[in-house]
Design a protein around this ligand. Structure first.
Ligand code: PMP
Length: 449
């Protein structure tokens, strides 16, 4: 029997008991050992060291650059126009006049904030419209949106599993997945990237001791631009009675003919995945995260996930921008095709020039491996001087040999631009290889500071 809240009497009583339970007073534990004061140089030392290396090499800081206007195929920084490869504007919907008009209209109707958690007074019809549209993509019974993609993984993973359970996640998982696993208190195992044989073996070893098992993968990996073997994963998970959660942050709008993501591309029934997760901040030109799953699971999260219950609902312009983006994506599948063609073109051009694109499938994310953090940082800096904005990914974000330039594609890029930039990258990296860094000189310059 369920009442008007969609919960059984017992579940409702439990919910109210939990919500009204007193928070324990501040509890101060003795620190195991003295630690450096917050914000002191002992704490911030590693960051400063990277900055000093950059300065010693004459590299301008590539972080926190202020973009002017709306970043698309090009973006403006300090009045100069750059070829832009650092934004997740995959389908060019951020700044689309229809999306912007819908968001402006939402502000006029609902204001800029819902001013409360949805469970109390923050609920609006637009939340339901967006969640229904997301559930329709994954053909799930329901969906739920939260105000941050990162917080979605932390709170949902952290809440659904706990001590006595087992989480296996890909070793290249996004930080939010790792944080969620740590928060949960479950046993956590990172399996080698995309290695389904090893996942199978690890499950055989560890599954027996765990009450429940959750496997978390991404539909499209944001560092390497490759994808998991989803069909194989489903078979393995079934054999070990494990649940599957797939983070589609970089797959929605990107993979599959309609842009519905990895299940569409891999021809897997979306019902074979227990929990679909994604973000509103990329293809959907908003901000926030979502979960699509069974009604029961979504209801459980809706009434009890801390990051949802104790956090504000999506702001109206953001919810409506995401919904309008889904509408445009459905009406104009040629955007998805263009993004995919752009990724394939850039990958092919880079490879033809002898560049190492790692395991990228040539979709929205194409890394160019440099094999060294210093080469990656110097190449990004030199390219910036030449009018190309691309982010270097350096140690410790990736292992030193995995340092790279990471290119994000958009449906807005043009073929000429992609061919020209690939040639510039090849030329820039070749020039740098002829100018090796003198490490002894670098060390003495650092010591002199
Ligand atoms: N999951 C993945 C795979 C991501 O790459 C990101 C961020 N890029 C997130 C979750 C977090 O999303 P958001 O930035 O929207 O909070």
């Amino acid at each position: 029997m369920t009442d008007s809240f969609g919960l059984s009497g017992a579940a409702k009583a439990q919910l109210f008991a939990r919500l009204s339970a007193r928070q324990p007073g501040p509890h101060v534990e003795a620190l195991p050992e003295p630690k450096a004061p917050l914000g002191s140089s002992e704490v911030t030392g590693d960051i400063r060291m990277v900055q000093r290396i950059g300065e010693a090499l004459g590299i301008t800081n590539p972080y926190f650059r202020v973009q002017e206007g709306i970043p698309g195929a090009r973006s403006t920084i300090d009045g100069r126009v750059y070829d832009n490869f650092v934004s997740y504007n995959y389908l060019g919907l951020n700044g689309d006049p229809r999306v912007a008009a819908a968001a402006k209209d939402a502000i006029d109707r609902y204001g800029t904030s819902v001013s409360a958690s949805r469970i109390v007074s923050g609920e609006r019809a637009i939340h339901h419209d967006l969640e229904a549209a997301l559930a329709a993509i994954y053909r799930t019974e329901d969906a739920l949106t939260l105000v941050s993609g990162h917080a979605t993984n932390v709170t949902v993973i952290g809440h659904l599993v706990g001590r006595g359970d087992l989480i296996l996640h890909d070793s290249l998982s996004h930080n939010s997945i790792v944080q969620g696993a740590l928060t949960s208190g479950a046993q956590r195992i990172a399996f080698p990237h995309n290695d389904m044989d090893e996942l199978d073996r690890l499950l055989s070893q560890a599954r027996g001791g765990a009450a429940r098992a959750l496997i978390v993968v991404e539909g499209h990996y944001s560092m390497d631009g490759d994808v998991p073997d989803l069909g194989r994963l489903v078979t393995i998970a079934r054999r070990h009675r494990a649940h599957i959660m797939v983070d589609e942050a970089h797959s929605l709008g990107v993979l599959g003919q309609k842009g519905h993501g990895i299940f569409e591309q891999a021809r897997v029934d979306p019902a074979d995945i227990d929990i679909w997760m994604g973000t509103l901040s990329k293809t959907l030109s908003g901000c926030g995260g979502y979960i699509a799953a069974s009604r029961e699971l979504i209801d459980y999260l809706r009434y009890s996930a801390p990051g949802f219950v104790y956090s504000v609902g999506l702001p109206p312009p953001v919810a409506v921008a995401a919904l309008a983006s889904l509408d445009v994506m459905a009406a104009e599948p040629e955007r998805v095709a263009k993004l995919q063609a752009n990724g394939a073109r850039f990958l092919a051009a880079a490879r033809a020039l002898g560049l190492d694109t790692g395991p990228s499938i040539g979709s929205a994310i194409v890394p160019i491996m440099t094999g060294s953090s210093i080469v990656a940082a110097r190449a990004a800096d030199a390219l910036f001087q030449k009018g190309v904005n691309v982010q270097p990914i350096i140690y410790p974000a990736v292992p030193e040999q995995g340092a790279r330039l990471r290119f994000f594609m958009s449906s807005l890029h043009e073929a000429e631009q992609l061919e020209r930039v690939a040639a510039l990258v090849a030329e820039t990296i070749a020039d740098l290889r002829d100018m090796p860094v003198d490490l002894a000189d670098l060390a003495s310059r650092l010591a002199a500071r």
